[in-house]
Design a protein around this ligand. Structure first.
Ligand code: FMN
Length: 506
C-alpha cells in the first residue's frame, strides 16, 4: 500500500487549491508591507493556528506594489505539514518507520525490510527523477543586466535587520567531483540568504550542513561552485529540503517518494545544474571559493538576533520563473514560528528512529518553546538501576541533532512527556537534585547558543525523574494512588446524570 493518501500535489498551486477547499487559505487584498508588517500579521495568524496567507498586495519599504503574491504560513499547523508530506496526521509515524528503516546500520537488510513493507516507496527511492526539455519555471528568464533581486518581494522580517532576507530558499548544490546529471548526489537544504545587491546574496549554510560540505570540496580545488536556489515548490520538495534525512538519501529522490511520482527536473539555463521543473522561481549562479561577506544581524528561531558572521556569496547569473509565480516566505523568531511547527512533526518522524536504537523509549517530546531541540523530555519503560542515565547518553550520542540538546529529562511511562503538569509532578516527587542530576562539561553546542561559555562548546544537563529502584535507593518508595474502576464508573455516571462537571453538562 503506498503511504500517500492525499491527492498528488505537482506544484504549489495544486497544494493551495487543496487547502482552499478545506478553508485553509486566505487571500489578503489589503496592502501589507514586506518590511515587518507581513511578519506581524503572520505571527498572529500562526499563533492562532490559522490558515495559509496569500498576500496579493505586498508593498516594499518605499510603498511600491510587489510584482507577485507572497505566500506565508504554508506550514503553520502540524496538520498542514502532514498534508504537505501527503499524509493524514495519524500517518506520520508510519513514514517515520520508513525513515528508520533507511537509517539501519546494515543498509542492505534495512532496505530489504523497507522494500517488503513499503514496496512503492522503496522503488521510488531507487528511481531517477524525470528530465524535461522545457519547464514552466523557465517561462520568464532574466539574465545578465536583467537580473535584479528587487524584482522579488523579499521580506525584511524584524526591526534593525540590515537588508531583505530570503527565508525559504531551497539551496541545491552538488559535490566537486560530480556532473550536473548526478542528481542523486545533490544536496538540498534551506539556508537563509541575505540580499546584497541586484545579483548577489549571502549563503548562510552552517558549517555542518550539506551545502557547506559541498562548498568545502569546491574550495579545495580552488573552483567556483554552481548553485541553484528554488523559491516556492510543491510541498514535498520544500519539506524534503528541511528534513534531517540520512546523508545517503537524496532529497530530490525522497521528494519524489513523498510526491507519489518522480520529481521532474530541467537543465538550468546558465549553470551546470538540474532544477525542479515545477517550481515557482529559480535563482542560478556561482559561489566563489574565497569571497565572504558579513551576514546579519537577523532575528532567528531562538528569539534573538544572531551575531554577525562571515558567509560565502552567490553571484546570480539568472532568475527564472513561471508566468505568474508565487513567492514563498516566512519569518523565524521566538517559537512558535513555522520551523517550530515543522519541528513538531519531525519529532513524530524521529520517534521510530530513536526506538530502534533505544527500545525502552516510549515517547519523546522536544518542546517547541525550547527552540525544538535544546530540551528533550523522554519517557521510558524502566527496568534497571541507572537506566535513565544510559538513555540520556545514548540520545546525546545518537543523532547529530541531539548534540545540541542542552537538557534531557527522563520520566517513567506513566508520565506524559508532552504535559508540563505531568513532568512537574515527576520532578517534584521522583527526583533528588543531589543524586539524579547529571552535569557534563565541554560538549558540542551550536554557536547560536550565546549562553554557552565558549562558542561551540557547552555543558549538558540530564535529570532523572524516574521512580528509583534496586540500588538507586534504600528508602521505601512511594506508591502511586489510583481509584478503583467501579468507583470511577459510578462517579462518571453520577456526574453526567446530575451535570456536576462542565463536560457532563454540555
Ligand atoms: C525556514 C527555515 C530556515 C532555515 N534556515 C537555515 C539557515 O539559515 N542555515 C542553516 O544552516 N539551516 C537552516 N535551516 C535548517 C536546515 O534547512 C535543515 O536542518 C536541513 O535539514 C539541512 O539540510 P542538510 O542537512 O542537507 O544541510 C532552516 C530551516 C527552515 C525550515
Amino acid at each position: 500500500m503506498p503511504i500517500r493518501t492525499l491527492p498528488k500535489f505537482r506544484n504549489l498551486s495544486d497544494f493551495l487549491t487543496h487547502l482552499a477547499a478545506r478553508d485553509e487559505l486566505r487571500e489578503v487584498s489589503a496592502p501589507v508591507s514586506l518590511a515587518q508588517e507581513m511578519t506581524a500579521v503572520h505571527r498572529r495568524v500562526l499563533e492562532a493556528r490559522g490558515p495559509v496567507l496569500k498576500f496579493n498586495h505586498a508593498t516594499d519599504a518605499g510603498g511600491a506594489r510587489a510584482g507577485m503574491p507572497v505566500v506565508t504560513n504554508l506550514f503553520g499547523t502540524p496538520a498542514r505539514v502532514a498534508a504537505g508530506l501527503g499524509l493524514a496526521p495519524d500517518q506520520v509515524t508510519e513514514l517515520g518507520e520508513f525513515l528508520a528503516a533507511l537509517r539501519e546500520p546494515a543498509p542492505l537488510d534495512g532496505m530489504r525490510d523497507a522494500l517488503s513493507r513499503w514496496p512503492m516507496l522503496s522503488a521510488a527511492l531507487a528511481t531517477r527523477p524525470k528530465i524535461r526539455r522545457s519547464a514552466e519555471v523557465q517561462h520568464t528568464v532574466l539574465q545578465g543586466d536583467q537580473v535584479d533581486m528587487a524584482a522579488l518581494p523579499v521580506q525584511t522580517c524584524w526591526p534593525g535587520e540590515p537588508a531583505p532576507l530570503i527565508t525559504w530558499p531551497l539551496v541545491l548544490t552538488r559535490p566537486a567531483d560530480s556532473q550536473a546529471e548526478d542528481t542523486a548526489r545533490y544536496n538540498m537544504g534551506v539556508y537563509r540568504m541575505q540580499v546584497l545587491g541586484r545579483a548577489r546574496c549571502i549563503m548562510r549554510w552552517l558549517a555542518h550542513r550539506g551545502g557547506a560540505a559541498h562548498h568545502r570540496g569546491w574550495q579545495a580545488r580552488g573552483e567556483k561552485m554552481p548553485v541553484a536556489v528554488v523559491i516556492g515548490a510543491d510541498p514535498a520538495t520544500m519539506l524534503s529540503a528541511a528534513l534531517p534525512l540520512p546523508s545517503t538519501v537524496s532529497e530530490l529522490r525522497f521528494a519524489g517518494v513523498l510526491r507519489g511520482e518522480r520529481s521532474a527536473l530541467v537543465a538550468a539555463r546558465t549553470v551546470p545544474m538540474m532544477v525542479p521543473a515545477d517550481a515557482e522561481i529559480i535563482l542560478e549562479g556561482w559561489v566563489d571559493p574565497t569571497t565572504r561577506a558579513p551576514e546579519g544581524p537577523y532575528g532567528d528561531h531562538t528569539g534573538y538576533y544572531n551575531s554577525v558572521e562571515d558567509f560565502p556569496v552567490m553571484e546570480i547569473t539568472a532568475i527564472t520563473m513561471r508566468k505568474s509565480p508565487l513567492y514563498v516566505s516566512t519569518f523565524t523568531g521566538r517559537p512558535p514560528d513555522e520551523p517550530s511547527v515543522i519541528g513538531e512533526v519531525f519529532n513524530t518522524l524521529a520517534l521510530p528512529v530513536i526506538r530502534r536504537q533505544i527500545p525502552e523509549v516510549v515517547d519523546m517530546w522536544l518542546p517547541p518553546a525550547a527552540c525544538s531541540y535544546r530540551m528533550a523530555i523522554v519517557s521510558i519503560r524502566k527496568e534497571y538501576a541507572g537506566q535513565a542515565r544510559r538513555v540520556m547518553m545514548a540520545l546525546w550520542g545518537m543523532l547529530p541533532q541531539f548534540s545540541y540538546t542542552k537538557a534531557i529529562v527522563v520520566v517513567d511511562e506513566d508520565i506524559n512527556p508532552r504535559n508540563w503538569d505531568d513532568i512537574s509532578w515527576a520532578l517534584a516527587t521522583r527526583m533528588d537534585p543531589g543524586r539524579d542530576v547529571m552535569v557534563l562539561e565541554n560538549t558540542p553546542m551550536d554557536y547560536l547558543d550565546f549562553a554557552s561559555p565558549q562558542a561551540g562548546m557547552a555543558g549538558k544537563l540530564g535529570i532523572d525523574a524516574t521512580n528509583k529502584l534496586g540500588s538507586e535507593t534504600s528508602r521505601e518508595w512511594g506508591r502511586v494512588m489510583a481509584m478503583n474502576p467501579e468507583a470511577e464508573d459510578f462517579a462518571a455516571r453520577l456526574c453526567r446524570d446530575m451535570k456536576l462537571t462542565p463536560e457532563a453538562g454540555q
